[in-house]
Design a protein around this ligand. Structure first.
Ligand code: NDP
Length: 451
């Protein structure tokens, strides 16, 4: 029998093929490049993955569902948006990943998010595959009734493709408690069943305590783990945060609780500088402003006599730690240089892919503590996983129980990063997270044969 000796995988060749197969999908290319950059050298030491074309298979979604969402606005106009669900990989569990409602949503953005989700979910140690979905619907400025009608129409198609053992969506940008309520309510009506088909549900109807806080808390726990590995503490450190949404709010809450000083919050209008550090009262004001009144941060700045920098990002404010918690590519090479010049020692990504590839390279070269999103922000999906467990068992755990589990999961993700990311005394968390997340899914794919 003739054996075909696999040739060594090469990053540029692999990326050329991927770009050819997925043209015009810049965000997806970027997410894959970051992973392939670290995983290909690992694959080259493990030819069984190369022989089975594991990375090629992992970068091709199982399926992409795209559909029309028709709804009526308050003036009686017919509106049309596009809905998606990218079911990327279910090798280690049901598809799992959030829904994003934002005018910027494209197939490329959802593919990048779905691909990242495979590795992130693998890192949590829980049995969850990777997916992402959403729509180019812009919830900004829409009434509650308009959002409800949109969500119901969106679910009128999506319900065919999801299920508690098949695909379990959650929230993301533009999809919070209100939207999950409308979506879950419609699913329940259409299927006539009450199951854990979505996570991020309200506490009264199957949600888990700490789910709302989990991504932000997790990003801070991960930062704490990185600091502790260097015998450093969080207390007394200064932090800049971008975003003022779900992830940013609870990263801020945990940082304040652990004695750090939060110097900035931001939104689409710009950032607010809080030189004396955000107080609990100010944070409560922001949470109400963003989740109830749906206003922008210049209102907060005015209320507290703080400076608002319209259209700017917060990275020029000198800090010890940076927490990008808004959106993808919000921290570029120049921002990274500024942070490093200002002696920032830690970046923990609450958002997905907030740093550009060039920025991550600079952090890597500078050997600062850099927690990539798929590790640092995995706390949210981890607690979603625990929401699924509680729903299946028809029980609910206490706040303390869930928080303890969250801390344990973040610690184990950190350990996994250390296991695969150690390089002559430096811990390369990008390498650790990518290889650690990849290996488990790759081994499952090998076990399944050619699927
Ligand atoms: P939210 O919608 O609650 O908040 C997003 C925040 O980021 C808002 O303050 C928003 O501004 C700001 N923002 C969004 N887009 C832009 C932009 N283009 N420029 C400047 N600011 C922007 O979303 P989440 O907090 O849930 O998500 C934030 C990030 O965290 C995303 O990358 C998401 O994928 C990631 N993530 C979220 C998880 C979760 O559990 N929610 C889990 C893991 C990752 P404004 O207030 O003006 O709208």
């Amino acid at each position: 029998m003739e054996l075909v000796i696999p040739k060594v995988m090469n990053l540029d060749e692999f990326m050329t093929g991927l770009i050819r197969r997925n043209p015009h999908e810049a965000e997806f290319h970027q997410a894959v490049r970051e992973v392939a950059d670290k995983v290909i050298p690992f694959i080259n030491k493990h030819p069984e993955y190369q022989r089975a074309r594991i990375l090629e298979r992992m970068t091709e979604p199982d399926r992409i569902i795209s559909f029309r969402v028709c709804w009526e606005d308050d003036e009686g106009n017919v509106r049309v948006n596009r809905g998606y669900r990218v079911q990327f990989n279910n090798s280690i569990g049901p598809y799992k990943g959030g829904l994003r409602f934002d005018k910027s949503v494209t197939q490329s953005i959802l593919k990048f998010l779905g691909f990242e989700q495979i590795l992130k979910n693998s890192l949590t140690t829980l049995p969850m595959g990777g997916a992402k979905g959403g729509s180019d619907f812009n919830p900004k400025g829409k009434s509650d009734n308009e959002v409800m009608r949109f969500c119901q129409s969106f679910m009128a198609e999506l319900f065919r493709h999801i299920g508690k053992n098949m695909d379990v969506p959650a929230g993301d940008i533009g999809v919070g408690g209100r939207e999950i309520g409308y979506l879950f309510g419609q699913y329940k009506r259409l299927r006539n069943e009450f199951t854990g088909v979505m996570t991020g549900k309200g506490i009264a109807w199957g949600g888990s305590l700490i789910r709302t806080e989990a991504t932000g808390y997790g990003a801070v726990y991960f930062a704490q783990n990185m600091l502790e590995a260097q015998n450093k503490v969080m207390e007394g450190k200064t932090a800049t945060i971008s975003g003022a949404g779900n992830v940013a709010q609870y990263a801020a809450e945990k940082l304040i609780e652990l004695g750090a000083k939060v110097l900035t919050m931001s939104d689409r209008t710009g950032f607010v500088h809080i030189p004396d550090g955000l107080t609990r009262e100010q944070l409560d004001y922001i949470i109400d402003l963003k989740t109830v009144k749906r206003g922008s941060l210049d209102v907060f700045a005015q209320e507290y006599g703080l400076e608002h920098f319209a259209g700017e990002r917060p990275w020029a404010v000198k800090c010890d730690m940076a927490f990008p918690c808004a959106t993808q590519n919000e921290l570029d090479e120049e921002d990274a240089r500024t942070l490093l010049k200002n002696n920032c020692i830690l970046v923990s990504e609450g958002a997905n892919m907030p740093s550009t590839f060039e920025a991550t390279k600079l952090f890597e070269e500078a050997h600062i503590l850099f927690g990539p999103g798929k590790a640092a922000n995995a706390g949210g999906v981890a607690i979603s996983g625990l929401e699924m467990s509680q729903n299946s068992m028809r029980i609910s755990w206490s706040r303390e129980e869930v928080d303890t589990r969250l801390q344990g999961i973040m610690r184990r993700i950190h350990e996994k990063c250390v296991e695969y990311g150690k390089e002559n005394g430096y811990i390369n968390y990008i390498k650790g997270a990518n290889i650690g997340g990849f290996k488990k899914v790759a081994d499952a794919l090998l076990a399944y044969g050619m699927v």
